[in-house]
Design a protein around this ligand. Structure first.
Ligand code: HEC
Ligand code: HEC
Ligand code: HEC
Length: 463
């Protein structure tokens, strides 16, 4: 009999405490870390954004965050640890501000989180009633994103309505050394780069097939089959790193891979330079471009890379639309482009090439692979293969979506040529849960129509 009132009192105390925390929190500012405080803002817009992020976001988006007063309490500590781990894996704002926002993808993600009002997560909001950003704070953070984009990422080709889009029109051309381009073009198509004179770069990167071989896996010398889909070499110059796992620094570094790869071209630089030196006309052209040097691997790779810099494909219908020609895209494709942004596709497929800037993984890799009826094999480990960093397991380089109608089959395992299926997979397995909204079949059709309007012009010819 005596126990009952005690339980009631205990419950009431707990209730008061539960209510007291959010009330106290109304007057409590989350502490920023000394590292974050020390970052020098380069503009007033950055300074304002920095203050807002420090107060409302940093706690879950910094490697070594300062924790709130309740962080050591039972239950709370577990919840906080989980939020911090989940949040920091997705976005590290100390790093972003230290880099002055010079990360096109992180800025697109920050922008999207603010636009969709998804952050902070709802469990945090239950105890922090004023935890979300005010309309004014939203606008201030977005202003910083706009400032950085205009200064560093925009190609300056979009019209006013699209100048601040995460997706930017491709430039018409890059500066190149013409003599090296012409030599590189020949070498790109030269089967003497392979051990048995049967395979050239263009065997797997056919310029008439969107820079791919349209095969699930590529066939190298002696009919050997590779284990990962060949990405396009078009617009590859805009990739931060080359290959699905980013193991090559740049195009020249990449071009050194296939000739020596036993299942691709299976040759050696000695063999290759020996064969090329027998070709008098080509050797004369080479010497003119490389200051009289004898045949060398470094120069061969350099010439091929110089040629690949010309493989950019501007002036697709999508780009003409972004540049201000409102008739270039059908109304359905225009709506598809809006959906591409509102469904967060453009946070990963951002920039000029609509990809190539980061390595990303499915939200639940197991579910993704089982939906493809695939048991993960070595190529599926992605960036992990190049870095051995556990955080990189299953992360693949985000592929470019330029000329996507030509570059089938899709995904690193080339397991489908159906763009509608891929868009559905992206929505279900790659769009972060907090950002995910229902996507109808009609929406998918419109996104696909936009993607198919994304085929560009190569050296003056519509692809
Ligand atoms: C209580 C912890 C917490 C706070 C506070 C918080 N976040 Fe997050 N944030 C998370 C978690 C957890 C995730 C991962 C969500 C998921 O997996 O869908 C995340 C994800 C993100 C992402 C990545 C989304 C993507 O597209 O990849 C961004 C950007 C982000 N948060 C921005 C913010 C901003 C801006 C604020 C401040 C307004 C903020 N967060 C406050 C925990 C937090
Ligand atoms: C036998 C087929 C084959 C040959 C020959 C071949 N490639 Fe590739 N290429 C591939 C495959 C497959 C990949 C992806 C491999 C990976 O990511 O691990 C690739 C990747 C690339 C990439 C990286 C693109 C990106 O988005 O990361 C470039 C650039 C490229 N190749 C150019 C070349 C050049 C230049 C040559 C000739 C020196 C060449 N390739 C020869 C099949 C081939
Ligand atoms: C979190 C980052 C992320 C988001 C968000 C995202 N993607 Fe992707 N996308 C990727 C990655 C990574 C791949 C490669 C996956 C693989 O090969 O396993 C990819 C592949 C693709 C491909 C196939 C390209 C090819 O050549 O193989 C298409 C098409 C595509 N995405 C469209 C979309 C659309 C449409 C959306 C929005 C519904 C979207 N993506 C959202 C990261 C993302």
């Amino acid at each position: 009999m005596k126990k009952k009132p005690l339980i009631i009192i205990a419950c009431m105390l707990a209730g008061v405490l539960l209510l007291a925390i959010p009330v106290i929190n109304l007057f409590y500012t989350l502490p920023a870390t000394p590292e974050f405080e020390a970052i020098q803002a380069e503009t007033p817009a950055m300074e304002t954004a920095k203050m807002i992020i420090a107060n409302k976001c940093l706690m879950c988006h910094a490697d070594n965050p300062s924790l709130p007063y309740y962080a050591k309490w039972p239950i709370a500590s577990g919840v906080i640890a989980k939020d911090i781990e989940g949040g920091t894996a997705m976005a590290d704002f100390t790093e972003l501000f230290e880099n002055k926002g010079l990360d096109e993808i992180q800025m697109a993600k920050l922008e999207q989180a603010i636009r969709l009002n998804t952050m902070p997560p709802s469990n945090f909001m239950a105890l922090h009633w004023n935890g979300s950003l005010t309309a004014k704070e939203n606008e201030a953070v977005l202003a910083w994103v706009r400032e950085v984009r205009a200064r560093h990422f925009a190609t300056g080709l979009a019209d006013a309505a699209h100048a601040n889009d995460a997706v930017q029109p491709l430039p018409a051309a890059l500066p190149v050394v013409q003599a090296k381009v012409e030599l590189g073009q020949k070498l790109f198509h030269d089967v003497r780069l392979s051990g048995d004179n049967t395979i050239s770069c263009s065997s797997c990167h056919d310029l008439a097939k969107g820079g791919t071989d349209n095969a699930q896996f590529s066939t190298g010398v002696r009919g050997q089959l590779g284990g990962i889909n060949a990405p396009t070499c078009f617009n590859a110059v805009f990739n931060v790193l080359q290959f699905w796992d980013g193991r090559a620094e740049d195009l020249a570094d990449q071009a050194g891979g296939p000739p020596l790869n036993p299942i691709e071209m299976d040759s050696s630089w000695e063999q290759i330079t020996g064969k090329l030196a027998l070709d008098e006309a080509l050797t004369a052209e080479y010497k003119a471009a490389y200051g009289g040097s004898p045949w060398e691997a470094e120069n061969i790779k350099d010439a091929i890379a110089e040629f690949e810099k010309t493989l950019i494909t501007p002036d697709s219908k999508l780009d003409r639309y972004l540049k201000g020609d409102s008739t270039a895209l059908s109304p359905a494709a225009q709506h598809g482009y809006a959906l591409f942004q509102s469904h967060s596709c453009a946070t990963c497929h951002a920039g000029k090439a609509m990809g190539g800037l980061t390595f990303e993984k499915p939200i639940h890799p197991d579910a993704f692979f089982s939906s493809r009826k695939r048991t993960p094999k070595e190529p599926d480990l992605g960036r992990f293969n190049a870095t051995n960093d556990e955080a990189h397991r299953y992360k693949q380089k985000v592929p470019t979506l330029r000329n996507i109608a030509l570059t089938f089959p899709y995904l690193h395992h080339g397991s489908t040529s159906d763009l509608k299926e891929v868009v559905r997979l992206m929505h279900d397995h790659f769009v972060p849960k907090a950002n995910r909204k229902p996507l109808s079949d009609k929406d998918i059709d419109e996104i696909v129509e936009m993607l198919e309007s994304n085929t560009g012009v190569l050296n003056g010819k519509q692809l």
